[in-house]
Design a protein around this ligand. Sequence first.
Ligand SMILES: O=C(O)c1cc(=O)[nH]c(=O)n1[C@@H]1O[C@H](COP(=O)(O)O)[C@@H](O)[C@H]1O
Length: 273
Amino acid sequence: MNFINKLSAAWTANDSLLCVGLDPDMAKLPPQFQNDPDGIFKFCTEIIDATADLACSFKPQIAYFAALGAERQLENICSYLRANYPHIPLILDAKRGDIGATARQYAREAYDRYGADAVTVNPYMGSDSIEPYMEWSERGVIILCRTSNAGGSDLQFLQVDGKPLYQHVARLVAQKWNSNGQCALVVGATYPEELAQVRAIVGDMPLLVPGIGAQGGDIAATVASGKTADGSGMMINSSRAILYATRQPGEDFAAAARRVALETRDAINLHRG
Ligand SMILES: O=C(O)c1cc(=O)[nH]c(=O)n1[C@@H]1O[C@H](COP(=O)(O)O)[C@@H](O)[C@H]1O
C-alpha cells in the first residue's frame, strides 16, 4: 500500500490525526534508561506501545539518534514499528536536501535502511534534489513549506512576484512535483492563517503539522485551518508534550504519554466536524 493510502487508512482506523513524534533526549529520559545502551530503544518502544491505537503516524527525528551514535537503535525502533504496527505510517524526519546524487543516498537511507513510509525534505535546492525520492513511487515525500519556527519567516515570507515564498512552494509541489501523488507538505501549527492559505492552494494534499504541545500552537485554530472537507488531511505532530508528560517523579512515563496522547487526539477530533 502506498504512503497516502496507508495514512488515509490510519486516520480512519484510529480515528486520529495525531502524529506521535519520537525525539528521545537522553537528559529527559526516565533514569532507568539513561545508562542503558539500549535505553532509547526501550523508551521509544514503550511510548509506541502506549500510543499506537491513538496515532495516525509516528515520526522519529533522526538528529536525536544520530547525535548519540544511536542509529542502530533507530533501525531497531523502525523494525519494531513495521513488525508490530504495520498499518501505522512511519515518517523519518530528516529534512534532507542535496544534489541529486547525494539525495539518492539519503533516499536509500530513509526508505531502505530505516524502511520509512515517508521522509521530510527541504525544497531549497529545487526539483532535481527531490526527484531521487520520487523514484520510490510507493513512499511519501514531505516537503517543508511554512515551518513552525519564528525564523522560518526570514525566507519563507519573502515576497516573490507579489506572494510569499512559502505559497510558491505549495503551488510548485501541488502543480508540478506531485505528479505521482506521493507528496505532502510541512506547515506549522503556530501559523494557522498560513495553514489555511496552504490548504486553499493544495486541495486535499496531506499536511504534516508540527507545533502543538511544546511549541504552543492552538489545536482548534489548527484543525479549522488545515482540515480537508472530510475532516482529515493532517498529521498533527506532538513530540515533547507526549514523550515527557509525567507530572511528578515516579509517575509511569508511558501511562502519562498515553494520557496526553489521548487528550490531544480527542481535542483534535472535537474540531474535525
Ligand atoms: O518537519 C518537522 O517535523 C518539523 C517542522 C517544523 O516546521 N517544525 C517542527 O517542530 N518540526 C519537528 O517537529 C517536532 C516538534 O516537536 P515538539 O515541539 O516537541 O512537539 C520536532 O521533531 C521538530 O524537528
